[in-house]
Write a protein that binds this ligand. Structure first.
Ligand SMILES: [Zn+2]
Length: 322
């Protein structure tokens, strides 16, 4: 029931935002009666109130960022869009982060983290399951502790593993063995990027609303890219945070070198057009700034924790919550 209540709240807010932005009552039936309407931000399908009435209604609570990356339910999308992309794309973004942490652990940049890996001591496909914990010794040199997982290993492979350990010559009391380490989280880089794009787009919509969503022709391509994550519809939308900025999530309204919205998702950053941005926003960004040392200036606004739609509910240009 709590879910249904929140759905109504988001629906009412969205419908009022849409009415204000379109400046009239565009959603009427044959008899001329106005029906409050919510438009799915991903596919632009319009829904009337009954779409939130039942638990399995056509409009569903949507996380932005995805739930698997710790996002919250802050808006509604239609069931089709919610099911189609959200969690599947988020999985790739999550695995990308795991790969980076693994790389950092191996190179000693990250301390005290444990990963599940497969070890193949003879490079012969006789791998065993293991936990690898990466730490640093007092002198800073990397140290890896391996715990073989009996329950996650083929018994024959385990026996081979023990033989190899016992027959290995020792160097300073440690078996001198070379291991093949398998760690294949299997994420697709494009899908991880589209997960970022999708999350950033939904966060911007929750913050700014329909005035932003409907005044930017360049967002058509963003929506198509989200619907077709394996096609290259759009490029030039990722811009990583500068190194001196700590990891985290933030919305920054950029003023210089030109107006745009930059959304930071931990180690990633996504460009989005400002309200009433140019139709060729992304082509323009690539042409002007690709390969240059881009120095963005602007101010951070509060990350939305619910459907805010600030740009629909005030007349002045949006500069951040008041
Ligand atoms: Zn939809």
């Amino acid at each position: 029931m709590a879910n249904t209540g929140r759905k109504y709240t988001f629906f009412d807010k969205g419908a009022e935002a849409l009415r204000r932005t379109l400046g009239e009552e565009p959603f009427t039936d044959e008899s001329g009666t106005y029906h409050p309407t919510y438009v799915c931000p991903l596919c632009l399908t319009a829904f009337w109130g009954k779409a939130v009435e039942e638990e399995d209604g056509e409009l569903t609570l949507e996380h932005a960022v995805e739930e698997s990356r710790g996002g919250r339910e802050i808006l509604l999308t239609c069931k089709k869009c919610n099911n189609r992309s959200g969690s599947q794309l988020g999985r790739h973004a999550k695995l990308r982060e795991k790969v980076r942490r693994f790389e950092e652990a191996i190179t000693g940049a990250r301390d005290g983290e444990t990963f599940r890996i497969r070890l193949d001591p003879g490079h012969e496909g006789q791998d065993v399951g293991a936990l690898a914990t990466f730490t640093r010794r007092e002198d800073g040199s990397p140290h890896i502790r391996i715990n073989v997982l009996q329950d996650h290993s083929n018994p024959e492979h385990l026996a081979t593993f023990s033989d190899k350990m016992e027959s290995a010559s020792e160097v300073d009391g440690i078996p001198d063995l070379s291991f093949g380490v398998q760690w294949r989280p299997g994420y697709i880089a494009n899908r991880a990027r589209v997960a970022d794009l999708r999350s950033a787009y939904l966060v911007a919509f929750a913050l700014l609303g329909y005035r932003w969503l409907l005044t930017n022709p360049s967002l058509d391509k963003v929506r198509r890219q989200i619907q077709e994550p394996d096609e290259e519809v759009l490029s030039g939308y990722m811009f990583a945070p500068p190194e001196n900025l700590d990891s985290g999530r933030r919305v920054v309204l950029i003023k210089e070198p030109e107006p745009l919205i930059w959304i930071q998702l931990d180690r990633e950053g996504v460009f989005l057009p400002p309200i009433q941005g140019r139709a060729d926003f992304y082509e323009h960004m690539l042409e002007e700034y690709f390969g240059t040392n881009l120095n963005l200036r602007g101010h951070e606004v509060q990350w939305p924790t619910k459907l805010e739609m600030f740009a629909d509910f005030r007349d002045a240009p949006y500069e951040g919550p008041e």
